[in-house]
Design a protein around this ligand. Structure first.
Ligand SMILES: Nc1ncnc2c1ncn2[C@@H]1O[C@H](COP(=O)(O)OP(=O)(O)OP(=O)(O)O)[C@@H](O)[C@H]1O
Length: 220
């Protein structure tokens, strides 16, 4: 589904490239962990996959089409959902309105379907009362569930997450991993998670380690 071809990246004034000649395939209905030492370039790599930045070398294709030809704005809107460590919800809105807004902006096939959004939030453990109050009044675990529900109501087949469990306790981390597995296997999406946590990486179907400027497939 998503193919990384001869990818290279370096920041201006950086002496060495972060990575070069990276070739990887990411398939639908599969979850992937990206692990590696702090500063090795995991977040940078994810930002290229999400179309937030452009590669210095090589290209990324989605079902055979280079993402720069799809157009990065269009690619981000229609093909990718992003989950951040800090949730990145619209803080002046309720969980329900966060989902309704995301469905409208991304032109989801569920656009305008309030019942569907409520059903998803209920599935993720939010009560009817919680889904209509301001998101800032929810716990971190609940807010991350809302961020995950947001990816579930959008049609994008690629879900990328940067340290999605970084602010969560063990129980919430376990729940969140299970949700990502469901998104991969039940919604047939491609889920790519940058993580420092061995338990999160072990729960994914495949794991890649970024080390010494290249990615190695790691058995988990
Ligand atoms: N905007 C930037 N300009 C210059 N250098 C940057 C920029 N963003 C990141 N870097 C540097 O690039 C390297 C890789 O950063 P990146 O955040 O991708 O690593 P990471 O593996 O995700 O790290 P961590 O695990 O600590 O989050 C680091 O040395 C970082 O300091």
């Amino acid at each position: 589904m998503l193919k990384v071809e001869d990818l290279g990246y370096w920041y201006d004034r950086q002496e060495n490239s972060l990575f070069e000649h990276v070739n990887l395939n990411f398939e639908s209905a599969t979850s992937y962990a990206i692990v590696g030492q702090s500063g090795s370039g995991k977040t940078t790599f994810l930002s290229l996959l999400a179309g937030l930045d452009k590669p210095r070398a090589g290209q990324i294709t989605l079902n055979g089409d280079p993402i720069n030809q799809i157009g990065l704005t269009n690619y981000r809107k229609s093909h990718v959902s992003i989950v951040f460590q800090s949730y990145n919800l619209l803080t002046y809105m309720s969980p329900l309105n966060n989902l309704m807004t995301a469905m409208a902006i991304t032109n989801s096939s569920h656009r305008g379907d309030k019942q569907y959004a409520q059903e998803m939030l209920r599935k993720l453990g939010l009560t009817d009362e919680q889904m209509t109050k301001n998101v800032q009044r929810l716990s971190g675990g609940q807010q991350q569930r809302v961020a995950i529900a947001r990816t579930m109501v959008c049609d994008a087949k690629l879900v990328v997450a940067d340290e999605p469990t970084g602010n969560l306790d063990e129980a919430n981390t376990r729940d969140v991993i299970q949700l990502f597995q469901k998104i991969a296997h039940e919604q047939q999406k491609c889920v790519i998670i940058v993580t420092h946590e061995p338990d999160v990486a072990a729960a994914c179907d495949q794991s890649y380690r970024l080390a010494k400027h290249e990615f190695k497939l790691e058995q988990v």
